[in-house]
Design a protein around this ligand. Structure first.
Ligand code: PLP
Length: 349
């Protein structure tokens, strides 16, 4: 039986799956990794990771990069010319959380569309594709996010991706997927990573979210595209030397931490249902993976401060909304503790 007093001395961090810590086994694997100078293409562990991801995604080439942001941004750069337009969803990461980088690094403008649970459909996209009239920017790229962070980890349904692909082909557009959490979509749907990736030109995958690696993302796509992206990685200072120790963490995570995401999904579901039973508003239909977004009848920042005082960290994402994310370092016991504290903060007992 968990007691409230004992939780106070704990720190259960539900703000994000980016807070995960490398496990002792992962650290051992990192320590034993052979390394070399990757700027010369000579780091055997990075080369192994890139090959492994090509196998997993069915793409010709892959490039290890320090972060999901860099991966998305060099993808945008490699797909576009300055003055182009990129169609994306209003709540997506590249539009909201990458510091305005598409404008600065690629000189492109984003054309965000309001999607439902992060999903934009071909019917929405078709009318905003620009004609070749010289007044218009040139539509170059469709960007989607799967799973969608802001939409509470919702999955982009596969048939909608196929519809977008057909549209993209009709208008000679490219498609980029921010698949920071594509692993979660794979586990939740049973659709293989290779199948998710097939209709898409370039995909960014992260190792440092639910997979629990300390650092690293990978961009994959066609060989020529990755060749261009490689040049842009250089320009933004993303060439890393003996980074095989980091690639080893990613390799370890891909082998050992993908299937276990189903536990995170189960716990997120449990938390979402618990909140609903307390009378808190949660879109259970959107709670498909490891993220729970609660809409509170209280000030979210204040609520999170009260939770933090009792040892539980959650993220206020608007004045009334709070995000909870389950991950590698949140087991059943941590979840029970979090539930106790949440109930106490809401009801004062
Ligand atoms: C959907 C999505 N894309 C990209 C990123 C960026 O990843 P990074 O923090 O490694 O730059 C994040 C980070 O949380 C994310 O949630």
């Amino acid at each position: 039986m968990i007691k409230l007093e004992s939780i106070k001395n704990m720190r259960i961090d539900l703000r994000s799956d980016t807070v995960t810590l490398p496990t002792p086994e992962m650290r051992r694997y990192m320590a034993s990794a052979p390394v070399g100078d990757d700027v010369f293409g000579e780091d055997p562990t990075i080369n192994e990771l890139q090959q492994r991801i090509c196998q997993l995604t069915g793409k010709e080439a892959a490039l290890f990069v320090p972060s999901g942001t860099m991966s998305n941004q060099i993808a945008i750069k490699a797909h576009t010319q300055p003055g182009d337009e990129v169609i994306c969803e209003y709540g997506c990461h590249i539009f909201n959380f990458e510091g305005g980088a598409p404008a600065m690094l690629s000189g492109v403008q984003l054309h965000p569309l309001k999607g439902e649970r992060g999903v934009i459909t071909a019917d929405q996209v078709k009318p905003v594709i620009r004609s070749s009239d010289h007044h218009n920017p040139r539509t170059a790229l469709i960007e989607i996010e799967n799973t969608h962070n802001r939409a509470g980890g919702a999955i982009f349904p596969f048939e909608h991706i196929m519809n977008l692909r057909r549209l993209a082909d009709e208008y000679s557009l490219r498609m980029h997927l921010d698949g920071a959490r594509l692993w979660n979509a794979h586990i939740a749907t049973g659709i293989a990573i290779v199948d998710w990736c097939r209709p898409i030109d370039s995909i960014s995958l992260c190792f440092s979210k639910g997979l629990g690696a300390p650092v690293g993302s990978i961009l994959c796509g066609g060989a020529e595209f990755i060749e261009r992206a490689h040049r842009y990685r250089k320009m933004v200072g993303g060439g890393m030397r003996q980074a095989g120790v980091l690639a080893a963490a990613a390799l370890y995570a891909v082998e050992h931490h993908v299937q276990r995401l189903e536990e995170d999904h189960r716990r997120a579901r449990e938390l979402a249902e618990f909140l609903v039973n307390l009378g808190v508003s949660v879109d259970l239909t959107a709670t498909q993976t490891n993220i729970v977004i609660a809409d509170l009848p209280l000030n979210a920042a204040k609520f999170c401060r009260q939770l933090a005082d009792a040892g539980i960290l959650a993220l206020p994402i608007s004045t009334t909304r709070v995000r909870f994310v389950t991950h590698l370092n949140v087991g059943d016991e941590e979840l029970e503790s979090a539930k106790l504290v949440i109930k106490k903060v809401i009801f004062g007992k």
